[in-house]
Design a protein. Structure first.
Length: 491
């Protein structure tokens, strides 16, 4: 992070009495940052209080750093496959400190950009630990030991979440890695034990394996990414297994001993049988907890849900007048693009509008190689809701661009409403899935029928062009449209 001495700061604030603001934001995440720049650009006096990161988690310790590391792992994979591309490569070594330094350089550049935007917009960034001391009044404890007080017409709470650490005997004492420490590794772990088969566990297990580590994933569920459709879960499991990652499902951690970075032992119970796993490092990726402790919310009338998140309505108002919450701490889906949309909701409502979070699209992408991307209904969700649909599904090997890239693993599928041509959902597990997803999403926003994509003239050869094959597959004897939930005829 940029040195606070050269950053926008609280140095000019009066510390003896509260300074008046139009908006104070607790937590400097992406939604907060865009909010600060936008409101300040509109002439409002805005302050953001964050205890550590300019820009929050996304550019510093989460989204962008992890994708930076994952891309380095992709380059390693290209080296290993060099003969496939007709390139002689007799050997190579992994300099993990170099991988880390590339990531750090990117983060430093992003920090500089964020600092400059604060300066340009006039928003104030205060490096310090913030908490409410009265309704709409925030105290910031500064690095020099002093404090300042900020009183505001409106306050947005956006303090995010942190990695969960389950009360497993010996786990805390083992000082496990979370995603934060995993992205700071200067050496390749000899054997990484990953607890959790969700987003973080799956992405990082593949990347660390590609750098040369032995990797074992342990998950309590019967499938990786267990909320996804069975074909997606099976595809991800096959992907990791093919790369040499050991996977233990339906397994529970009973006890941990040792210290991560040195030597760790994990007692696992699977199908009633206990076994001991030994590794050099352990990574915990079993979910997130909201950062609401120590914020003084009880002094403001802000209530929490039974899971500890800030209680908000569909306009993202809390139970306290003038206090709003956005992003993960408000229980919103845990994606940066959702925190940005949360900002849009609050911005509209503070500007005289009436915008809500209900009914919005929630796209996401898992940045494995190949990627997994989804928007709208999955088959599992449609069936649970009793929604009839037509399923279009083709393997990635039908995409000619994928063949030019030697990346034909996976599939794409779409759900279309049974009694109309409206697209209900889309899932892609394959190269460029996240980019292809956007074409479907825009069609869904516009309310276009699937036939508009089927009959479109799309550039050849591109990955998006594969949507023509997907939506033409109903007429293919090899890709019959399947019907779920209703008996209908293929178009």
């Amino acid at each position: 992070m940029k040195n606070p001495e050269t950053s926008p700061s609280a140095h000019g604030l009066k510390k003896s009495q509260p300074e008046e603001f139009d908006l104070v934001i607790l937590g400097g995440g992406t939604g907060s940052t865009v909010a600060a720049w936008t409101f300040a650009g509109e002439g409002k006096r805005v302050a953001v209080v964050d205890r550590k990161y300019i820009g929050g988690s996304c550019p510093n310790i989460a989204c962008l750093p992890s994708k930076n590391i994952i891309h380095s792992a992709k380059v390693v994979d290209y080296f290993r496959r060099s003969k496939e591309f007709g390139i002689a490569c007799d050997g190579f070594t992994i300099d993990m400190s170099g991988v880390r330094d590339r990531k750090r350089k990117m983060v430093a550049g992003l920090n500089e950009m964020y600092i400059e935007n604060y300066r340009k917009t006039g928003a104030e960034f205060i490096l310090g630990t913030g908490r409410f001391v009265a309704p709409r009044t925030v105290e910031a404890a500064l690095p020099d030991g002093s404090t300042c007080h900020l009183r505001s017409t409106n306050v947005i709470v956006s303090t995010g979440t942190r990695a969960s650490l389950e009360p497993i005997p010996g786990l805390a004492e083992a000082q496990p890695l979370t995603h934060i420490e995993a992205l700071e590794l200067g050496q390749v772990p000899e054997h990484l034990l990953v607890i959790g088969g969700g987003y973080v566990g799956v992405e990082l297990s593949q990347a660390i394996r590609r750098f040369g580590s032995k990797v074992t994933v342990v998950d309590r569920n019967g499938r990786l990414m267990s909320k996804e459709d069975p074909d997606v879960c099976d595809g991800l499991r096959s992907l990791l297994a093919d790369e040499g990652i050991d996977i233990l499902l339906n397994a529970r951690i009973k006890q941990v001993s040792g210290k991560s970075g040195d030597s760790v032992s994990v007692v696992v119970e699977q199908n009633g049988i206990e076994k001991v796993l030994k590794g050099s490092h352990i990574l915990v990726a079993t979910g997130r907890n909201p950062n609401t402790e120590g914020l003084g919310l009880e002094l403001t009338g802000v209530e929490l849900t039974d899971r500890g998140y800030i209680k908000v309505n569909e306009r993202l108002q809390t139970t306290a007048p003038g206090v709003w919450a956005i992003g993960e701490v408000a229980g919103s889906p845990q994606f940066t693009h959702i925190s940005i949309d949360d900002f849009r909701v609050v911005h509209a409502n503070l500007s005289g509008g009436n915008r809500v979070t209900t009914g919005r699209q929630v796209p996401y992408c898992l940045f494995t190689d190949p990627e997994l991307a989804r928007i709208g209904l999955s088959e599992t969700e449609a069936e649970a809701q009793g929604i009839a649909y037509r399923l279009f599904k083709v393997p990635m090997e039908t995409n000619l661009r994928a063949h030019t890239l030697s990346e034909t693993r996976g599939f794409v599928k779409a759900l279309v409403e049974a009694d109309s041509d409206r697209i209900l959902g889309f899932t892609a597990f394959g190269v460029g899935a996240g980019e292809t997803l956007a074409a479907i999403q825009i069609a869904m926003i516009a309310g276009l029928p699937y036939t508009a994509l089927r009959d479109a003239v799309l550039t050849h050869p591109t990955l998006v062009e594969g949507l023509i094959s997907l939506f033409s597959s109903a007429a293919s004897a090899h890709n019959v449209v399947e019907t779920r939930g209703a008996q209908i005829s293929a178009a």
